[in-house]
Design a protein around this ligand. Structure first.
Ligand SMILES: Nc1ncnc2c1ncn2[C@@H]1O[C@H](COP(=O)(O)OP(=O)(O)OP(=O)(O)O)[C@@H](O)[C@H]1O
Ligand SMILES: [Mg+2]
Length: 302
């Protein structure tokens, strides 16, 4: 499969900080790729570089087959970006914002109106279409912002934390929109702090930690990295007291159980042990703590 986005050795420094310290990414065409990382990890910086807004110190970037440094115009024609902070005009109505974007993108008057109506419907903003954006809720603005980036069909869509600030229902709706875009062949590159979002949506996930890709793969591959099951100890009300990853082997499980047995929490009345499959949360914590590969051994060696 051809690559929609490809970077090699991407470096970016702000002041004395290496925000990106050699980033290699490969995003196959027609897939959803999630760049996962905590606040300040460098997600927006990465998106800004990929979308031609910021220049890296070194490294190469190809988007839609074009070099971002030497062919930025070709790149810009093939991408759309929804940034982290809303870019909608507060004074205009929802319809006016979308029609303006359509006109700026070269659509005729009636085509721009049709497209606006279609997108307002898709993002459930039809009832608010004639209201000024200043009166919209945060979630409505976010949805309008996304609609704006879809006015023109592009092969590659960049979404910087698209669902931050959305309630559960709006988030689910947006996930469905992203899935349908992918099914129609669009490549979606998104950043997120939500493991669940990456798990639900992304074909591949890269974990960004201190300017480097700490892990990359499908959700299942990442989960497999920390090996087997997780042993949990919960109190009578179900609150988590202790959590131990294992390598899934009999020996690993037995060591984990011994450790549970030795912990003071085991003496709590009504405490219950259970075993579950690892979640992406476990993977993330293990990776960002720098213990991913050694987690099972750590338990065994105790
Ligand atoms: N223009 C800039 N000048 C100086 N430092 C910057 C600039 N842009 C970003 N940084 C720094 O680079 C680091 C990464 O920032 P970035 O915005 O890429 O993180 P992020 O992963 O998008 O975080 P968040 O989840 O909060 O949006 C931060 O420490 C930030 O302070
Ligand atoms: Mg950001």
């Amino acid at each position: 499969m051809p690559l929609a986005i490809e970077t090699h050795g991407l470096r970016k420094r702000f002041g004395s900080t290496d925000v990106l310290a050699g980033l290699d990414l490969a995003v196959p065409t027609g897939t959803v790729f999630a760049l996962l990382g905590p606040n300040g990890a460098g997600k927006t910086t990465t998106i800004n570089i990929l979308t031609t807004l910021v220049r890296p110190e070194s490294g190469t970037v190809r988007v839609a087959g074009f070099d971002v440094a030497t062919a930025p115009t070709e790149v810009k024609q093939r991408i759309a970006l929804t940034g982290q902070s809303a870019a909608v005009d507060q004074v205009l109505t929802g319809t006016e914002n979308l029609v303006m974007m359509g006109r700026l993108s070269g659509l005729g008057r009636s085509a721009a109106r049709d497209r606006a109506a279609e997108l307002l419907e898709r993002f459930e903003l039809t009832d608010a279409a004639r209201r000024r954006v200043a009166t919209y809720s945060g979630g409505m603005r976010r949805r309008l912002d996304l609609a704006l980036s879809l006015v023109v069909d592009v092969p590659i869509l960049f979404l910087d934390e698209p669902t931050t600030g959305l309630d559960t229902r709006s988030r689910q709706e947006l996930w469905n929109v992203i899935r349908s875009l992918r099914d129609a062949g669009t490549t979606v590159f998104l950043t997120t702090q939500y493991l669940e979002e990456a798990d639900q949506l992304a074909d591949r996930i890269a974990v960004l930690d201190r300017g480097r890709i700490a892990a990359e793969g499908t959700s299942d591959e990442l989960k497999a990295r920390i090996g087997g099951d997780v042993v949990e100890l919960r109190d009578a009300d179900g609150a988590l007291l202790l959590e131990l990853p294992t390598d899934g082997s009999i020996h690993g499980l037995r060591s984990a159980m011994d450790e549970v047995d030795r912990s003071p929490a085991a003496a709590i009345t009504g405490a219950q042990v259970s075993i579950r499959r690892p979640s992406l949360d476990d993977v993330f914590l293990a990776i960002t703590a720098g213990t991913a590969a050694s987690a099972p051994e750590l338990i065994e060696s105790k």
